[in-house]
Design a protein around this ligand. Structure first.
Ligand code: GRF
Length: 203
């Protein structure tokens, strides 16, 4: 049973897939690297592997598909209600594949972050996710790629860059090997940047 830590900032993690970054955030809380409570997991897919992680860790979780709503406003109203109900302070996107409703972005401005597996502003934007990112890096012949953590606004991968870490591209890399090297860094890096945001270090 996870102990309720009511004095901690409350974080909602948004996922669409395997949720390895969600797991890294959970592990960072357990290790005392991230002083927060992961109070909610929101998944855009019912079958996302990350939902099983949430269940296993006894973290409250919901499925939220923005396309099921007639308008962005209605989707936003539902989501805000869910976030308010759990007194969520911060939102961490971790492989979430949709845009957040505008009202959510507005209310949580400066308190929503995303992790992207490349050095933004290169290789970002709509359609630049998963293997597409790494294939583009390899095709361009870049000698390095990396991880970007940025604030989220209403445009994909567009908000203020908070931190970046570089990762070397090896000559024999495939999209898979490069993705794996970068993902390892994401897991180490993302919880630490979230903690710095909570600390107020990015004013
Ligand atoms: C990560 O590479 C992240 O940078 C990107 O989506 C991927 C999510 O992976 N935004 P996981 O679901 O956390 O394993």
């Amino acid at each position: 049973m996870v102990e309720l830590q009511t004095d901690m900032p409350r974080v909602a993690v948004f996922i669409s897939g395997g949720g390895s970054n969600l797991q890294a955030l959970i592990d960072a809380v357990k290790a005392g690297i991230l002083r927060a409570e992961i109070a909610l997991v929101v998944s855009s897919r019912r079958t996302a592997g990350g939902l099983q992680r949430a269940e296993r860790e006894e973290i409250d979780n919901i499925v939220f598909k923005s396309k099921q709503y007639e308008s962005d406003e209605l989707a936003g109203a539902f989501l805000l209600e869910q976030l308010h109900k759990r007194s969520i302070d911060y939102i961490a996107l971790a492989g979430f594949m949709s845009l957040l409703p505008l009202v959510v972005v507005k209310e949580y401005t400066g308190r929503i972050i995303n992790v992207h597996p490349a050095l933004l502003p290169k290789y970002g934007g709509k359609g630049m996710f998963g293997h597409y990112v790494h294939e583009a890096v390899l095709k361009a012949g870049d000698k390095q790629s990396g991880v970007t953590v940025h604030l989220v606004d209403e445009i994909y991968d567009n908000g203020r860059i908070l931190e970046q870490v570089t990762v070397p591209v090896e000559s024999e890399d495939t999209a898979e090997t490069l993705a794996a090297r970068i993902l390892k860094q994401e897991h180490r890096f993302y919880p630490r940047v979230l903690q710095k945001l909570i600390n107020g270090e990015y004013k």
